[in-house]
Design a protein around this ligand. Structure first.
Ligand code: UT7
Length: 300
């Protein structure tokens, strides 16, 4: 935060108080979304004890791909040494990982795929306007991944996903540029207060919905792992759901808003430090540009 205060009219105190963010990571020069994605996927596969030969689908959720085409996912597929199956990118911005889980669930449930790697990876700092203090302090780069596999005789895994979008709200969070419009990628532009207003209500409603669909109440949820946008949004979401802050995984302080990477980063931090344990009921709501939103309910 202090480094940013040197170049834009902001300060550590404001950023901490209004967002909870203390630091963010910026990819090195030449370090691309596919590099971050590959490393995350490699670690996830290693932890799961699953070989490249078993993977039959790779989904990279990103809105900051290496190139316009080919998809970042095929570069990851090659880097992982995966020769079979398919790989594609998915763009639902900050809800991208959630959308990825929903697609993976559908592929697995239909029998079209057995082992799916869902990756959220972003180099969001490449599309920031570093003179706009309303956005540049919020975002960071990162990647995280989950390996999902078809398994019978277990109650673990994805129980239900709910994804939504409403293009009416596209103007409140956008880049106002793109390949087709301007032949450039553009920079993040956001009506922060408007996005904030939608975030807590829509995320909370979607958690209630996925819980209800599975015959649970929000009291049954052990961990709420929301998209890490702003600590105040996370707290407001939890409050609406009557979930104590102790049951909310908040890692936004460590990596800022990494868009599609934030949920897998938060899951990985909390699983590694032993908070999330096998059998825990976990809800992962998200909201992002589009607007896109929804939630996933997982038996970890
Ligand atoms: O991932 C999904 C997409 N993003 C989000 O979910 C983000 C949603 N929005 C937010 O997190 C918040 O709206 C922000 C963090 C972006 C802004 O917080 P806020 O509490 O809504 O602040 P504000 O925009 O109402 O600004 C309050 C004041 C303003 O000054 P005045 O008009 O009161 O004099 C701003 O100009 O704070 C000022 N301000 C800043 N001051 C210091 C805005 N940005 C900064 C800054 N440093 N970086």
């Amino acid at each position: 935060n202090e480094e940013l205060a040197k170049t834009v009219d902001t300060n550590d105190e404001w950023i901490r108080e209004r967002t909870g963010i203390t630091q963010r990571h910026i990819a090195a020069e030449g370090e691309l979304t596919s590099h971050l994605a590959t490393e995350a996927a490699q670690k996830a596969l290693e932890k799961a004890g699953i070989a490249a030969e078993q993977v039959d689908l790779i989904i990279v959720a990103t809105s900051t791909p290496d190139e316009t085409f080919p998809a970042t996912a095929v570069k990851v597929q090659h880097a992982l040494g995966v020769k079979q199956g398919a790989a594609f990118d998915l763009n639902a911005v900050c809800s991208g990982f959630l959308y990825g889980l929903s697609v993976a669930e559908t592929f697995i449930a239909s029998g079209k795929a057995k082992t799916v790697v869902v990756i959220g990876a972003e180099t969001f700092t490449r599309i920031l306007d570093w003179t706009d203090r309303g956005t540049c302090i919020l975002f960071g780069d990162g990647a995280g991944a989950l390996v999902l596999q078809a398994e019978t005789g277990t109650d673990r895994g994805i129980l239900h996903t709910e994804i939504r979008s409403d293009g009416e709200f596209a103007p409140i969070l956008r880049t106002q540029a793109g390949v087709s419009m301007t032949q450039t990628a553009g920079f993040v532009q956001m009506e922060g207060k408007e996005v904030f207003r939608h975030a807590a209500t829509k995320m909370a409603d979607s958690v209630e919905l996925v819980a209800r669909e599975c015959g649970f109440t929000t009291a049954d949820i052990r961990w709420l792992v929301p998209h890490q946008a702003n600590q105040r949004i996370l707290q407001a979401t939890a409050k609406r759901l009557n979930i104590d802050d102790e049951r909310v995984i908040m890692t936004v302080d460590k990596h800022a808003n990494t868009s599609a990477a934030s949920i897998p980063l938060a899951l990985s931090i909390a699983a590694d430090d032993g908070r999330i344990k096998a059998g825990d009921l976990v809800a992962t709501p998200a909201l992002g540009a589009g607007l896109t939103w929804g939630s996933c309910l997982i038996r970890w």
